[in-house]
Ligand binder design. Structure first.
Ligand SMILES: Nc1ncnc2c1ncn2[C@@H]1O[C@H](COP(=O)(O)OP(=O)(O)O)[C@@H](O)[C@H]1O
Ligand SMILES: [Mg+2]
Length: 407
């Protein structure tokens, strides 16, 4: 005889077994719904408090950055702490019961072009699985001027969250070239307000945390477009810029022997070290409004990458260019080898280009494209890239692989 559930009437099955009572039966599905009716609310509350974000420790976060970002130890540390604090504030604020409110700690990254500022934010966002919107401050304008409204940053974030406002409200906004909207900047567009201050004010409004009406469609505001409201108080803002000339301002302030360096040592102290001493006042002198700086609590400075860093970038990260090319070649049964001197030559070229690590890919591509054009013909060969190949004096060395590797 087939037994059935006395609650819902469904028959016993492998997926839906019955629990027997005194002459009655209840199926698994009914037990689950009964549990949800009795305890469901509690369970839901818990999950919305933690969302689905696990809190990673600052060390864990930095370990993730280490996999992709070479050098920049101090900046990685600061950034990890900032992200940790941000999500702690977001999800665990209630863990200690008092009425202290933890302020949002947005981040300012100062460092030369191609030193890993964007990469750091991208790596973190990908790992945390939160939406990330990257905007360029130079394209922003105050409402009413030609260009992009500051609110568009949020539109982009909502798009990155696939339209999920709740998700967007816990996302990360990265604003690049923030130094270019400073009052002193020469990079101003003619169509924007003269000082850049208007844009800073507009940015301040969203960074401090407010409920903003944004168009879901992007583009300029228009009366018959759809608007949604987004609360920015839990969005982590990361502003970044190269801040050329900032070290001069710091040098002037630090002056004499304030740091205890004697004259000789001080003259050797390079610009980079100076940047580590940056204070809010220096940024005000640079032309950022104090209110905005006041919202960027954590300042991380990144160094100019060195030749050694470039070599590591080419070979070490999970997605290092050399590893990527080796794999691309291996698919065609070609073994790709870079001589140590060749890697160094690429690093040297990148230093000459002064575009930071960004130059590495361009240099690599220039060299590899000719080889890849003929790649399928090299099946079964080893290709050795020498220094002379990089310097375009020689063709790569080809060696027939004698031991046929199994796929
Ligand atoms: N510290 C770094 N470690 C590894 N790769 C880097 C680093 N800095 C830059 N890169 C490489 O250079 C590219 C450009 O870097 P990016 O982070 O966009 O520079 P920026 O500091 O100008 O924002 C990255 O996509 C990455 O491939
Ligand atoms: Mg960048």
């Amino acid at each position: 005889m087939l037994r059935k559930c006395n609650f819902c009437g469904s028959y016993e099955s492998e997926e839906n077994p019955l629990i027997a009572g005194d002459g009655v039966y209840i199926c698994k599905n009914c037990v689950i719904s009964a549990y949800q009716i009795l305890f469901g609310e509690e369970e839901e509350e818990e999950s919305s408090e933690n969302f689905d974000v696990e809190l990673f420790s600052p060390k864990e976060l930095k370990a993730i950055l280490d996999e992709y970002v070479i050098g920049q130890e101090r900046a990685k540390k600061i950034f990890s702490v900032a992200v940790y604090n941000h999500y702690k504030r977001l999800f665990k604020q209630q863990a200690v019961e008092d009425d202290t409110e933890i302020a949002k700690s947005n981040v300012l990254m100062i460092g030369p072009t191609g030193s890993g500022k964007t990469l750091m934010a991208q790596t973190m966002a990908k790992f945390l699985d939160v939406p990330l919107a990257i905007s360029d401050a130079t394209s922003l304008t105050e409402a009413g001027y030609v260009g992009e409204d500051v609110e568009n940053i949020l539109t982009r974030l909502i798009q990155a969250a696939d339209g999920d406002i709740k998700k967007a409200e816990r996302g990360i906004v990265f604003i690049d070239e923030i130094d270019k909207i400073s009052r002193l900047s020469e990079n101003r567009s003619i169509t924007r307000d003269v000082s850049g201050e208007g844009v800073q004010q507009a940015l301040l409004k969203i960074i401090e945390g407010s409920v903003v009406n944004v168009s879901t469609k992007g583009g300029r505001k228009h009366p018959n477009q759809d608007f949604v409201q987004i609360d920015t108080s839990n969005i982590l803002f990361i502003c970044a810029g190269a801040f050329d000339g900032l070290s001069e301002i710091i040098k002037r302030r630090v002056g004499g022997n304030v740091l205890g360096f004697n004259q000789e040592k001080k003259s050797k102290m390079d610009e980079e070290k100076l940047l580590d001493f940056v204070e809010p006042d220096d940024l005000v002198k640079y032309g950022l409004i104090p209110e905005l700086i006041g919202r960027l609590h954590m300042i991380a400075t990144l160094n100019q990458l060195t030749k050694d860093d470039f070599i590591k970038i080419l070979t070490e990260p999970k997605n290092a260019l050399v590893k990527q090319y080796k794999k691309l070649f291996a698919i065609d049964d070609v073994e790709l080898t870079f001589e140590k001197e060749a890697i160094e030559a690429i690093a040297n070229l990148a230093i000459k280009r002064k575009t930071g690590a960004r130059g590495l890919r361009a240099i690599m591509e220039e060299i590899m494209v000719d080889i890849m054009f003929e790649l399928p013909e090299y099946r079964g060969y080893e290709i050795i890239i020498t220094k002379d190949v990089i310097e375009k004096k020689e063709k790569p060395i080809l060696i027939k692989k004698n031991i046929k590797k199994s796929a």
